[in-house]
Design a protein around this ligand. Sequence first.
Ligand SMILES: Nc1ncnc2c1ncn2[C@@H]1O[C@H](COP(=O)(O)OP(=O)(O)OP(=O)(O)O)[C@@H](O)[C@H]1O
Ligand SMILES: [Mg+2]
Length: 315
Amino acid sequence: MSVLTLEHVSKTIGRRLIVDDVNMAVEPGEVYGFLGPNGAGKTTTIRMIVGLIRPTKGSIRVMGHDISRDRRAALSHVGAIVENPETYSYLTARQNLVHYARLAGIPHAKRRIEEVVDLVGLTGRVDDKVKRYSLGMRQRLGVAQALLANPKLLVLDEPTNGLDPAGIREFREMIRNLAQGGMSVLVSSHLLSEIQMMCDRVAILKGGRIIAQRSVSSLVDGTASAAMIRVSNENAAVRVLKDRQWDAEVSAAHVIRVRTDGSAIPKLIRDLVRAEIDIYAVEPARESLEEAFLELTDDKLASSSSTPAGGVANA
Ligand SMILES: Nc1ncnc2c1ncn2[C@@H]1O[C@H](COP(=O)(O)OP(=O)(O)OP(=O)(O)O)[C@@H](O)[C@H]1O
Ligand SMILES: [Mg+2]
């Protein structure tokens, strides 16, 4: 069973359609990313998922419980940081967690606090006052708080906003660890690189719609349609290949890019060797999520008049 399911979810505020017919599912142990520019509807969708606002249409289920009809049961499986987590900076992290555990009626709080502190990597600093914490540590304390009730789904809206590169990397490792332990995570970001490194699957949102939903690996690996070849003389190599009807271009100093699928690479190499071009390396050109993202959004723009958004293949 999916941990989270959205079916035909829409949200209208005032007269504006802000979320438009969103369909998605998050599986156990999966890190699922919402990627989209400012105003795409990420936060609005997340606010519906964590029960802060109601969908205008459609249904949201968490562990099979409909969030409108069976709200308590549904939300009992959700831990979230949506708005900035409230912490008392003059208290220690542990005192904050004790306070939240009490508010939330967490059983065996003492033991659970040790567990979540360990999960987010704050052991050793848990008895420091929060005012001495870095932003990254505060974020992890927020996650610890969200994990107290042992949710199946963790929801984080732009969790790495404001973190430095080291903080982002630590945060990402923590998320990957949680997923390894079976937790599902829904995370939003407008940073492509971050989603690419953190998530298993990504939904690309634009104007309140999911315009594509793909596994990150299919976006990153599945689209290699070119080979990058390191040679001594890139201009000579391109000339030779063009003579033989290859679609080749200089990509960088000593590197050429040849449009081909994997099966033609042996012939490509033979052609170069016969022309006495020295080859130092051959690699598939991995399309970054960014390129794929631009391609997808361009495609949609080009064909939006004829193709409904649902026409984009799911992974
Ligand atoms: N309460 C509201 N009333 C009116 N409009 C709203 C409300 N909440 C959101 N919107 C509008 O809905 C659109 C989507 O907003 P949302 O915050 O969901 O986007 P987002 O993808 O989270 O963007 P960001 O990357 O800036 O956080 C925006 O145009 C926003 O102005
Ligand atoms: Mg937002």
